[in-house]
Design a protein around this ligand. Sequence first.
Ligand SMILES: NC(=O)c1ccc[n+]([C@@H]2O[C@H](COP(=O)([O-])OP(=O)(O)OC[C@H]3O[C@@H](n4cnc5c(N)ncnc54)[C@H](OP(=O)(O)O)[C@@H]3O)[C@@H](O)[C@H]2O)c1
Length: 271
Amino acid sequence: MTTDRPVALVTGASSGIGKETALALVAAGFHVVGTGRDTSRVTPLEGVTLLDLDVVSDASVTAAVQEVSERFGRIDVLVNNAGVGSMGAAEETSVAQAQAVFDTNVFGVMRMVNEVLPHMRARRGGRIINISSVLGFLPQPYMAAYAASKHAIEGYTESLDHEVRDHGVRALIVEPAYTRTGFEANSAKPEIPLHVYAKQRQTVDRVMAEAVRGGDAPAIVAKAIVAAATAPKPKPRYTAGPLAGRARVLRRLAPAAVFDKQIRKMNRLAG
Ligand SMILES: NC(=O)c1ccc[n+]([C@@H]2O[C@H](COP(=O)([O-])OP(=O)(O)OC[C@H]3O[C@@H](n4cnc5c(N)ncnc54)[C@H](OP(=O)(O)O)[C@@H]3O)[C@@H](O)[C@H]2O)c1
């Protein structure tokens, strides 16, 4: 089947930001394919075609993209939203744990991009929207592996954008701040808990849990993603919500010492 309507493929649409984004893209006029690792357990979303996809598996990525291409004949927008968190001090995080985070958050994105780009280039059009985070440009003590994965996505996406623009494709970044989803509960916990970090880790965990509880609704992020998908002249990056916007301004303009102090204060670290 081919369609005149634009087609959007959203990874991690079984919950949170991805679910809201899939629904918002339907409202914006897209055919939407939303994915999760086991969509038989997902409540159907109106107007969204659900498809199984595990972004850590080459075979799963290839099969899913092929199925979308065969069913719809086009992929106009790819939203790389699937992601996992990882809590704990850097020293408490094994290399295997960090590799698992990168396999989803970074290599999962690369797998999707490599598979979808030939389809976009063939039609000389398309948008790749990678969900980063304010932790793609801010440090986050006790979430170093996760922050590293989102910093990686920023460098990857900006570089990719310069390559694909010549082929009618854009690669864009959306940066949410704390958002009210199951993200924190779904985050990996430290594999090697060390007594020396326990007290401060619990404090930071509490700070994060409070921030997520009081954070933005996922619909705010979905709105930024729809803007990135539909703007006639898209910006390379979109912050989602006022806190993310303020964080970016602070990162750009605040003197290093002021910024450093603010990070320690927010995380209730001494000095
Ligand atoms: N919530 C926040 O405060 C926040 C802030 C900034 C950025 N973000 C980013 O926003 C994105 C969405 O997170 P969320 O807050 O909506 O969390 P969430 O509710 O936990 O959603 C994560 C989604 O990723 C999917 N997923 C996880 N591993 C996957 C894999 N290997 N293959 C395919 N899908 C996978 C999950 O689907 P299944 O489990 O069904 O497979 C789920 O749909 C992530 O990239 C996250 O880093 C979140």
